[in-house]
Design a protein around this ligand. Structure first.
Ligand code: ADP
Ligand code: MG
Length: 697
């Protein structure tokens, strides 16, 4: 490759094309003379021009044969041989077609040309590609003015063109992107606005001082206020007084950067109260909150609760119905025992065989006690109670019910109870647990028409991680009550539906399908679980798991044991107030037997007269419900005005006992629920009089 003027071919020296070139550029006018006389520097300059790495230069001689080229040309394309003397068409290859016209024109007319961005497809390194060029040609004239050739220069601008192209594409993409973004923002904004405008939920923007900044139209629909009645006002102006602190807490919490959820009550413009459930979150110096009106939901929930309560009650009544049916027969037996004994006593008294009387008395008393215990249970059972969880000892509770259960299921079914020692306490509503147990036993009885065995087990049960998963129960400690029977068992289909409300396989009128569903509800409500294991033909086991309660069981009341009758200590005086003459007579007689002095009156007014007189009274025993406008409690309170340390024993029917359970009884007062055993009465009186004696010193 020629890189110095020394290698310039001979034809360039002296005259020839080079001379013509020099002349055409008017270099002849220079004082340098023939090329061999040029100073070295000038020859180097022309050489450098021909070898410029930026600009490709070719000299085309007559017939456009290549006279000379520089280093640039061979690098231009694969196929262009740099050999001197070749015709232009061969040097340019197929692109010659494209560039030929201006070359021919220049050779013909002597007019040079310059063309920019000429697009030339080429093959380079075996790869076809599109290249771009700025091309120019300057004719070279001989002395006689004839056209000798062309000084042809070219520079490739492919990189530049491509870069520009890419820039344009990128610009377009950017423009497209911007437009798309703008479109999306518009769509989103419209969507937001649409949501803001059409949402049935309340939306509000408030500042951290609780002042409303923006509200959506739902406020008008839900609470009746127009935006202008809300904006600029403190949010608490629309909230019921009790919920002010809660609301302030909520927006202060969001001010501190947290999300909050609250329910508070708003006053509708028409005065009605609406419960709104809010989710609020801060952004910048505002709180953004969305609220849903849950007033109806709350009402529905309450309705549902009350329906459940009714259902519970209905189911309990059903159990009572079954219970009484089962008990009627037994009661007749007890009554027979009493009436026969009375007849025998009458006969023996007539025969003057007084010594035999005691035996019949014992028979009659024992029957009466059993009957009383049963009615007591029945009454306790049918009493309408809302859920009142108590810490209970389930073993005692089950033990106390066995008699009733046995009587209900009849003699063909054996009822047994196993209670493990050290039984844990559970916190449940005892009457509901009794109800559940009774229902399980009734189901067991129904599954054993030919008779069989009911086993009630009470024990402790721990579910660790593995067994908890097996039984699908939360891990933990439970009190387990298990009722097993040797009955028909259940098919998988029946088992799958057994807990469903109203699912029963029993004939119409015999089953309500509520027993197990209520037991399920009770277990859930008490934080426990209930599980059935049953196979057709091999009996059923129902397990009730109640969470262990880490406290001691509350004392059981009035266990029907028979302590010795407690006589009066010093012949104390008791004022008996009851409107029922038989009760009055019996109580008075009984008091007399125990050595008390009894004063009896029939109503509150008469009772108060006695209390306000100077008569010495150690104890007031009064019915709660009394005729004449003054009840037992009012009588006691009035009496205490003149006798501050008056002891009082109220005797009440179960319906009124609730009055005392709710309100706390004052010291020196006690309640005895009808029906009661006389020895309970003796015991209570003894206690009260003992207390008053202690108080007096
Ligand atoms: P009901 O006793 O009124 O039918 P329950 O909810 O108490 O309603 O019981 C639903 C059904 O589950 C019963 O009808 C019976 O088919 C089945 N079932 C319940 N307990 C037992 C049991 N111990 N043995 C066999 N089947 C039982
Ligand atoms: Mg049942």
């Amino acid at each position: 490759m020629p890189d110095a003027i020394d290698e310039v071919p001979a034809f360039l020296s002296g005259g020839g094309v080079m001379g013509a070139l020099m002349r055409s550029h008017d270099w002849a006018a220079t004082p340098f003379g023939p090329i061999e006389d040029w100073p070295q520097s000038l020859r180097a300059m022309v050489g450098a021009c021909l070898n410029s790495p930026l600009l490709g230069t070719v000299l085309w001689g007559p017939e456009l044969r290549m006279l000379y080229n520089d280093a640039y040309i061979p690098s231009m394309a694969d196929r262009h041989p740099a050999a001197l003397g070749l015709p232009v068409a061969q040097v340019w290859g197929e692109v010659w077609e494209i560039v030929a016209p201006p070359f021919h024109h220049a050779m013909r007319t002597g007019e040079g040309f310059a063309q920019n961005r000429v697009e030339l497809p080429m093959v380079r390194n075996g790869q076809p590609e599109v290249t771009y060029w700025n091309i120019s040609a300057t004719p070279i004239f001989g002395e006689d003015g004839q056209i000798l050739g062309l000084l042809n220069q070219g520079i490739e601008i492919t990189g530049q063109v491509l870069a520009e192209h890419q820039r344009l594409v990128a610009q377009q993409q950017l423009r497209d992107l911007n437009e798309q973004l703008a479109r999306e923002v518009a769509i989103r904004t419209e969507e937001r606005n649409l949501m803001w405008d059409t949402s049935p939920d309340l939306m509000v923007v408030i500042n951290f001082a609780g002042v409303i900044q923006r509200v959506n139209p739902a406020w008008t629909a839900v609470l009746g206020y127009l935006p202008e009645e809300l904006i600029g006002h403190h949010v608490n102006e629309f909230i019921t007084d009790e919920d002010h602190p809660l609301t302030v807490d909520a927006y202060l919490t969001t001010a501190a950067g947290d999300t909050v959820r609250i329910v508070n009550r708003y006053r509708h413009k028409n005065g009605a109260q609406h419960s709104i459930s809010w989710v609020a979150a801060p952004s910048g110096d505002r709180t953004y909150a969305t609220g849903r009106d849950i007033t109806e939901e709350i009402a529905r929930q309450a309705q549902l609760e009350s329906t459940h309560e009714q259902l519970r009650q209905a189911q309990k009544m059903e159990a009572v119905g079954q219970l009484t049916g089962g008990l009627a027969h037994d009661f007749n037996n007890l009554l027979a025992g009493i009436s026969v004994s009375l007849e025998m006593i009458e006969t023996r008294v007539r025969q003057d065989r007084i010594g035999d009387v005691a035996k019949y008395l014992r028979v009659a008393q024992s029957a009466t006690r059993r009957a009383a215990a049963l009615t007591h249970r029945l009454l306790a059972f049918s009493r309408r109670q809302t859920l009142a969880p108590k810490a209970i000892n389930a073993g005692k509770l089950v033990g106390g019910m066995l008699d009733m259960v046995q009587r209900t299921v009849g003699p063909t079914v054996v009822v047994e109870h196993f209670c493990s020692s050290g039984l844990w306490t559970a916190l449940v509503d005892p009457s509901q647990l009794e109800n559940a147990l009774l229902n399980l036993c009734l189901n067991a009885r129904d599954a054993m028409p030919e008779g069989g065995r009911i086993t009630v087990e009470t024990g402790n049960r721990v579910f660790d991680a593995v067994s908890a998963r097996q039984h699908d129960i939360p891990q933990g400690e439970y009190l387990a009550i298990r009722v097993s029977d040797s009955g028909t068992g259940m098919s998988p289909e029946v088992l799958a539906k057994a807990f469903d409300p109203f699912f029963t396989t029993k004939p119409q009128g015999e089953g309500t399908g509520l027993g197990l569903s209520m037991i399920y509800g009770f277990a859930q409500q008490s934080g426990g679980q209930v599980r059935i294991y049953s196979q057709l033909g091999s009996g059923t086991t129902v397990s009730l798991y109640l969470p262990r309660y880490l406290g001691t069981a509350e004392g059981e009341s009035g266990s029907p044991g028979l302590p010795p009758m407690l006589p009066a200590q010093r012949g104390e005086t008791v004022l008996v107030v009851d409107d029922e003459p038989t009760v009055r007579v019996l109580v008075t007689d009984f008091l007399g037997d125990l050595g008390y002095r009894a004063i009896e009156v029939a109503d509150g007014i008469a009772g108060l007269e006695v209390l306000q007189s100077g008569v010495h009274i150690d104890l007031l025993v009064t019915d709660f419900g009394l005729p004449g406008g003054m009840n037992g409690l009012q009588l006691a309170n009035a009496g205490r005005l003149s006798r501050p340390d008056l002891r009082v024993l109220f005797i009440t029917g179960y319906a009124e006992s609730a009055l005392f359970h709710n309100g706390r009884l004052e010291p020196g007062m006690a309640v005895l629920t009808k029906p009661f055993a006389v020895n309970d009465l003796a015991e209570r009186m003894h206690e009260l009089i003992g207390q008053s004696a202690a108080m007096r010193g």
